[in-house]
Design a protein around this ligand. Structure first.
Ligand code: ADP
Ligand code: MG
Length: 760
C-alpha cells in the first residue's frame, strides 16, 4: 500500500507493510486521570512514525495523511487491534481495568461492516467491550444521518464513545444531545490558556456546565501546570491528561509508572474531599435552579411571608400567574400587602394571613385581579411550636369561575320559568323522594312546596289513585321512557284537584336513570267540561224527547178543547166548562212555549213586545207544584215601546235569570219583575229576588263559564245571557247582597242596533 506524504513541496511515498516491517510505527499511551480521585481513568492509544529521514511524525499528522490516501482504514484497524491487545495484556498483568481510547476517522466508521470488524477485534483480543473507547471528532457529525445509526450500533455492543477535540470543529449542539456519547474531551487549545485568558476560562466553565447538564463526562486535554489542574478541578472537570501528569509512554513505561502517576493529583491537586464538596455544591445549585425554574414555569404562583414588627413581609414570590395578574414577583419581596394592593383588597387578604399565622391549617381565599380569578391556599410552617413562615400557593380558577357563572345564570333562568308557571314541576330521585317541588304547588294545591319535598310522590294523593302513581314510576324506571298518569291531589281547602302528570326519566352518562322530572297540570276544568258535555248531551236528548212529547200532547189538546167548547153550549154547567177551557188554554201555551224553545232557529230580529215575551216565560214557571212558595210579581210601565230582538233568544235570557232567582230561594219568596223606560233610547228590565245573594268576591266571576255554586249547575246560564244581550246592544248588571237578595238589571236599546254592533 502506498501513501503520499505531503509536506511542503516534497513527496513522500510510504508502504504500510514496509513501515510495519521496519517497525517504524510505534505505539504510545497517554494516561488520563480522574481529577477527583487521581486514579487513572483511561488511556489514550497514540502512535508515532519514526521516519528514517523526516524524524518523528505524530499520529495526528499521520492520520491526516492516511485519511487522504485511504490507508487510514488499515492503520486504524491495526491501531485498534494493538490497543486492545495491550489493554488486555495490562489487565492480565494485574493493573486495574480501564478503557483504552482509540481515535476513529470518518472513512473508517462508514466502511461496510465496521461494527462487525470492531466486534471481531474484541473477540480476538478477548477484551470486554466496555474497555474500548472510540473517539470521534466533530467533523464526523456532519454526516449525522449515516453516522448516527452506526454509533448507536456500537453503543449497543457496549463500546464507549467520546467526542474528541471538542470546541475545534463544527459541532451542532443538537448533535450533542442526539448522539450516543459518553464524554467530551476539551481541546488542548482551550486548556493551555485557561488560567491566563479569561475568555478561555469562561468557555471551559461553560462547556463543563453544559456537559454536566447533559449528563456527559468532561475530559480536559493538555494540562501542563498545577494552576491548570486546580482550575479544572475547581470547575469540576471530571478527567484530565497532559504533560503535567505524564508524557505518552511506551507500554512497559506505563506499567512501571502507573502508581506514581496516580499519586500526582493526591499530592498536587485539591483533595478529593474538597472536590466532592465542590461537586455537592454544584449539585445543590443545580437542584435549586431546577426548583426555581419549575416554580416560575408553573402555571400558578407560590409565595411566602413572615411576620416582622407586626407586618407580613413577603420573602419569596415565583410563578407565571404573578405576571398574569399584573404583578412582577420580584417587586413583592420585602413588601407587605398594603404596598401593592388597594387598602380594601389588602385588608381582606390580611384576615387570611392572620389566620394562617395563628396556625390555622388550610386557610383558603379567592382573589380577582386583572381579569383573573385565583385560589390561594396558605400553609403555616412550624419550627417546634413557633410559626416561622407561611407558604402560599395559588392556582388560576378563572375557567372554573366562568363555568360556575354560566351555570348559575342558566339555573336562574330555569328557576324563573319554574317559579312563574302554573304547571307543577317536581324532581324525584330514584329512591322515590321528591327533591324539588315548584312554587306552583302552593298556588294550585294550597300546600307549600316544602310539604312535598323529602316525601314520596304519593303524598296527599287520593287513596284510590296511589297505585296508578306507583305503576307510573315502575314503568319509567323499567323502560327509561316517559310515563303518563291522571290522578287527584288533595287541595288544602277545596277537596280534590284533578291533575295529569307526565314524568320523564333523566339519564346519566352511563344510561342509568339519575332522577325523574315530573310535570303535572291541574285538569279540573277540563274534567268538568267533559262531565258537562256528557250532561248536556243527556239534556239535549231529554229536550228532544220533551219536544216530541209536547207535540203529541198538543194534538189531543186541540181536539179536547174543541169538543169542550161544543159541550158548553149544550150542557148547563158552563161555569165548570169555563174553568176547563182556561186550564186547557194554559196547557196549550206551556206546550207551545216548549216547542218554540226546543226549536233550533237561526237568530232573527223582529219588533216585539217585551211584556208578551216575559209573560210567556213566566207562564212556564207559574206551575206552583214545581216551585213551591215562589211568587212572581210583574210591574210594567205604561206605553212601553216595542224593541227589535230575537224573541226566542230574549226568552232564553229571561228564563235563565228567573231560574237563578228561584234557585236562590229554596224556601220560597217573591220575585219582582219590572219593565220601565230608562230613557228615550233604552228599556230597563229588573229582576229582584230575596235569595241567598252573591258575595262581592264571587260576583266578579259571574258570567265566566262553569262558574257555578250549584251542585248541578253549569255556570253557562249567565254567560249565554250576557252574550245574547250584548249582541242586542244591551248590558246586564248584577247587584247583590249576601242573604238579602239579588237584583239583575238588563238594559236593551229601543232602536235596532246597527249591523256592525250586531255582528259579534
Ligand atoms: P248556574 O245557574 O248553572 O250555576 P249561572 O250562570 O246561571 O249558572 O249562574 C252562575 C252562578 O251565579 C250561580 O251558580 C250562582 O252562584 C250565581 N247566581 C246567579 N244568579 C243568582 C241569584 N239570583 N242569586 C244568587 N246567586 C246567583
Ligand atoms: Mg243558572
Amino acid at each position: 500500500m502506498n501513501m503520499e506524504y505531503c509536506e511542503g513541496k516534497s513527496h513522500l511515498t510510504m508502504n504500510l507493510n514496509e513501515i510495519l516491517a521496519r517497525k517504524e510505527l510505534r505505539l504510545y499511551f497517554q494516561p488520563m486521570l480522574n481529577l477527583n480521585s487521581g486514579k487513572i481513568n483511561e488511556v489514550e492509544a497514540l502512535f508515532h512514525w519514526e521516519h528514517p529521514e523526516k524524524g518523528v511524525i505524530s499520529s495526528f499528522e499521520l492520520f491526516a495523511l492516511a485519511e487522504e490516501t485511504g490507508a487510514i482504514i488499515q492503520i486504524g484497524e491495526w491501531l485498534m487491534r494493538k490497543a486492545c491487545e495491550q489493554n488486555k495484556l495490562w489487565q492480565k498483568m494485574g493493573l486495574p481495568s480501564f478503557p483504552i481510547a482509540v481515535c476513529l476517522s470518518a472513512c473508517q466508521l462508514t466502511q461496510p461492516n465496521f461494527v462487525e470488524r470492531v466486534q471481531r477485534i474484541l473477540e480476538e483480543t478477548q477484551l470486554s467491550p466496555e474497555y474500548l473507547e472510540l473517539e470521534i471528532t466533530e467533523s464526523i457529525m456532519m454526516d449525522a444521518h449515516i453516522v448516527l445509526p452506526i454509533l448507536r450500533e456500537l453503543k449497543r455492543i457496549g463500546v464507549q464513545i467520546s467526542l474528541d477535540d471538542f470546541g475545534m470543529g463544527y459541532c451542532s449542539l443538537y448533535y450533542l444531545k442526539e448522539f450516543p456519547i459518553d464524554k467530551i474531551k476539551i481541546s488542548r487549545s482551550f486548556v493551555c490558556n485557561c488560567t491566563t485568558d479569561k475568555k478561555d476560562a469562561t468557555l471551559i466553565k461553560a462547556i463543563i456546565a453544559m456537559a454536566h447538564q447533559l449528563s456527559l463526562e468532561v475530559a480536559a486535554k493538555g494540562i501542563e501546570s498545577k494552576d491548570q489542574l486546580l482550575f479544572l478541578q475547581q470547575h469540576l472537570c471530571n478527567i484530565g491528561e497532559g504533560a503535567f501528569f505524564s508524557d505518552p509512554l511506551l507500554p512497559n513505561e506505563f506499567y512501571e509508572s502507573f502508581y506514581n502517576i496516580e499519586r500526582i493529583i493526591r499530592e498536587e491537586g485539591i483533595s478529593p474531599v474538597l472536590c466532592r464538596q465542590k461537586q455537592l455544591e454544584e449539585e445543590l445549585e443545580n437542584a435549586r435552579q431546577e426548583l426555581r425554574d419549575t416554580v416560575s414555569l408553573q402555571q400558578g404562583m407560590i409565595f411566602k411571608f413572615v411576620k416582622e414588627n407586626g407586618k407580613f413581609i413577603h420573602t419569596l414570590c415565583y410563578g407565571e400567574l404573578f405576571y398574569r395578574i399584573g404583578i412582577i414577583p420580584e417587586k413583592l419581596i420585602g413588601k407587605e400587602l398594603f404596598d401593592f394592593f388597594p387598602k380594601d383588597v389588602a385588608e381582606k387578604k390580611l384576615q387570611y394571613y392572620e389566620r394562617a399565622w395563628a396556625g390555622e391549617e388550610n386557610v383558603k381565599y379567592e382573589g380577582f385581579q386583572n381579569g383573573i380569578w385565583y385560589l390561594t391556599s396558605l400553609r403555616p410552617v412550624k419550627q417546634g411550636e413557633k410559626i416561622i413562615e407561611v407558604i402560599c400557593s395559588s392556582i388560576d380558577i378563572t375557567e372554573r369561575k366562568k363555568m360556575e357563572e354560566t351555570l348559575r345564570e342558566r339555573e336562574q333562568k330555569y328557576r324563573l320559568i319554574a317559579e312563574n308557571m302554573q304547571d307543577l314541576i317536581a324532581v324525584v330521585n330514584t329512591n322515590g323522594i321528591i327533591l324539588y317541588a315548584s312554587p306552583s304547588y302552593e298556588t294550585v294545591l294550597g300546600f307549600p312546596p316544602n310539604v312535598y319535598e323529602g316525601n314520596a310522590p304519593t303524598l296527599l294523593v287520593h287513596p284510590d289513585d296511589v297505585s296508578k302513581i306507583h305503576s307510573q314510576y315502575e314503568h319509567m324506571a323499567l323502560t327509561k321512557s316517559p310515563g303518563y298518569v291522571e290522578f287527584r291531589y288533595q287541595h288544602a281547602q277545596n277537596g280534590w284537584v284533578y291533575v295529569e302528570s307526565l314524568g320523564t326519566p333523566v339519564l346519566n352518562g352511563h344510561g342509568e336513570v339519575e332522577h325523574f322530572v315530573v310535570v303535572a297540570r291541574d285538569i279540573s276544568k277540563r274534567k268538568k267540561v267533559e262531565e258537562l258535555m256528557r250532561k248536556s248531551e243527556k239534556l239535549s236528548v231529554v229536550g228532544q224527547l220533551a219536544a216530541g212529547v209536547a207535540h203529541e200532547i198538543r194534538n189531543p189538546l186541540t181536539s179536547i178543547k174543541g169538543f169542550v167548547q161544543l159541550l158548553r153550549q149544550e150542557v148547563n154547567h158552563s161555569f165548570y166548562m169555563d174553568i176547563i177551557i182556561s186550564e186547557i188554554n194554559r196547557l196549550e201555551s206551556i206546550v207551545g212555549e216548549f216547542l218554540t224553545l226546543a226549536k233550533n232557529q237561526p237568530p232573527k230580529r223582529e219588533r216585539l213586545d217585551l211584556r208578551i215575551l216575559l209573560q210567556q216565560v213566566v207562564s212556564l214557571f207559574d206551575t206552583k207544584s214545581l216551585y213551591k212558595n215562589v211568587e212572581i210579581i210583574q210591574e210594567y210601565d205604561e206605553g212601553l215601546p216595542f224593541i227589535y230582538c230575537d224573541g226566542n233568544q230574549m226568552k232564553q235570557v229571561f228564563m235563565n235569570i228567573i231560574k237563578n232567582a228561584i234557585e236562590a230561594m229554596p224556601n220560597g219568596g217573591i220575585i219582582e219583575i219590572q219593565i220601565s223606560c230608562h230613557n228615550f233610547h233604552s228599556v230597563r228590565l229588573t229582576f229582584i229576588d230575596q235569595g241567598v245573594g252573591i258575595s262581592a268576591e264571587r260576583i266578579k266571576h259571574i258570567g265566566e263559564p262553569y262558574f257555578s255554586t250549584k251542585e248541578k249547575g253549569t255556570g253557562l246560564g249567565l254567560m249565554i245571557s250576557h252574550k245574547i244581550v250584548q249582541e242586542h246592544g244591551g248590558t246586564i248588571h248584577i247587584e247583590s247582597q249576601v242573604n238579602k237578595g239579588t237584583k239583575v238589571e238588563v238594559m236593551l236599546p229601543i232602536k235596532q242596533p246597527s249591523p256592525v254592533e250586531n255582528s259579534i
